[in-house]
Design a protein. Structure first.
Length: 76
């Protein structure tokens, strides 16, 4: 891999073998951790999955007579 300038940051391209092993798609988040003085680890980010899990725990049933009114919700 080669380090390249990207705006004010530095960037690397992930080799196809890593992309395939992690089943990554464009736009997904990854986590990079320092694994040693000259090594790092790349993994799928679990932040999205964790956030969705926490939201599902908060889910409560709506009242039977609940009706969502988009116009009323967008009133100021």
């Amino acid at each position: 891999m080669r380090v390249a300038k990207w705006g004010n940051s530095l960037a690397i391209r992930l080799p196809a073998a890593i992309v395939e092993a992690l089943d990554l798609k464009e736009g997904e988040s990854i986590e990079v951790h320092v694994a040693g003085s000259r090594a790092f680890e790349v993994g799928r980010s679990s932040r999205r999955d964790e956030a969705l899990r926490r939201l599902r725990e908060l889910r409560r049933p709506l009242p039977v007579d609940f009706i969502f009114d988009r116009e009323q919700a967008n009133e100021r």
